[in-house]
Structure formats: structure tokens, C-alpha cells
Design a protein around this ligand. Structure first.
Ligand code: HEM
Length: 177
């Protein structure tokens, strides 16, 4: 039985996007594309594909979900990789706060700002379970440009200061595609 109030990836349909989320309107949808990763502790970089979903149910928050898998040089999937899920809240002036949770025992709280087609956000707190790797902070910048969502993600972890971990460019997946 389907739920009576499912999330939608449509920022223009029913339910209407809550007015507080208007600064984030263009980010709502399903995005899919490729990225590259590295970290000072890793001997080599890696390539990945990722799908990011940003949806809403008419209330003043967005549901964010991202799934990534490593790929070889031909783009063939190798194995599942980073996943995260969480919630994004936005104020009418573009102030943004996000709670993102990872299966690796890490929860990040970000605050930031949406300025036109750019989201910039930095962690105020990272909470870890006893088994988690030592991740202490993060910084992300998402940019919309010509129907593509690109982002850069830096993280401070395992004794390293903030350093680039991920960089990707995703295209919008049209409904029904
Ligand atoms: C697209 C999402 C992501 C992908 C594809 C990805 C991929 C990887 C890969 C391939 C590694 C090397 C170890 C391994 O093979 O598992 C790694 C390590 C690591 N990643 Fe990510 N990652 C992602 C997101 C994240 C996020 C969101 C964080 C932090 C919150 C993070 C923190 C780390 C840390 C701390 C390490 C270990 C570094 C070390 O111990 O040397 N990753 N990641």
C-alpha cells in the first residue's frame, strides 16, 4: 500500500514546495553523474558514479539521499561506496542547515548559505560512534550550472587537516528516465 503523503522530486507540482525552501528550488530533483576522489592518506585516487536525490513533502525541509559506487576507467561498476542520508532546512534569506548521516558511524551537522546557484556549507559538529573513523570536519560547495550539479567536498579526517576528498558533476535525471 502506498503512503498517502510521499516525497516528490518535483519543485513545481503538488504538494507545492514550501515557500521557505524557495532558495533551494533548483536543487530539488534526482541527479546522476561521475566524480573523482582522493585523500592525502590514499595512495591512489578513485572514480565513482553517484545518484543524489533531493525531495520534499510540502513541509519546510528537504530529504537528501546520496548513493555512490566505484567505477573502473570504462565506467563499469566495481563496488558500492559512500552513502549518506539526511535533512536540509532552509530559511527565506538562504541560510541553510543540514544533518547528514553516514553508514560509517558518522553524523555531520552543517550550516551554510544558498547564494543563487551556489550552496556553501561547513560543519559545526561531527558526531561519531566508537567504531567510526576519526572525521572531524567537512566543507562542501555545490554549484548549479546549465542543468548540471557540481560539487567539491573537503574533509578533515584521520589526523589530516581539511583536504579535498570528492569532486563530481551530475546531470539532472528527468522523471521517468
Ligand atoms: C561519494 C561519496 C564517497 C565516496 C565514493 C568515497 C570513497 C572513498 C574511498 C574509495 C576510500 C578509500 C577506502 C575505501 O576503499 O573505502 C575512502 C576513504 C575515506 N573516506 Fe570516503 N567516500 C565518500 C564519502 C565520504 C564522506 C562523506 C566522508 C566523511 C564524512 C568520507 C570520509 C572518508 C574517510 C575518513 C576515509 C578514510 C581515509 C583513511 O583512513 O585513510 N568519505 N572514501
Amino acid at each position: 500500500m502506498s503512503r498517502p503523503f510521499p516525497d516528490t522530486h518535483d519543485a513545481h507540482g503538488d504538494p507545492a514546495l514550501h515557500p521557505w525552501l524557495l532558495p533551494a528550488k533548483a536543487f530539488v530533483g534526482v541527479w546522476r553523474g561521475r566524480g573523482r576522489g582522493a585523500y592525502p592518506t590514499l595512495t591512489e585516487g578513485f572514480a565513482y558514479e553517484q545518484e543524489i536525490s533531493v525531495s520534499h513533502d510540502g513541509r519546510p525541509f528537504l530529504h537528501y539521499e546520496a548513493n555512490a559506487w566505484l567505477i573502473d576507467e570504462d565506467g563499469a561498476p566495481l563496488r558500492p561506496s559512500g552513502r549518506e542520508t539526511g535533512w536540509i532546512r532552509v530559511a527565506p534569506d538562504g541560510y541553510l542547515e543540514a544533518l547528514l548521516s553516514h553508514p560509517t558511524g558518522i553524523s555531520e551537522i552543517y550550516t551554510g548559505k544558498i547564494t543563487g546557484a551556489v550552496i556553501e556549507m561547513t560543519t559545526t559538529e561531527v558526531i561519531r560512534t566508537p567504531l567510526a573513523k576519526e572525521v572531524t570536519s567537512g566543507r562542501r560547495r555545490y554549484t548549479l550550472d546549465g542543468g548540471f550539479l557540481s560539487y567539491e567536498h573537503e574533509t578533515a579526517a584521520v589526523g589530516q587537516p581539511l583536504a579535498q576528498h570528492l569532486s563530481a558533476r551530475l546531470g539532472q535525471v528527468k522523471p521517468g528516465a
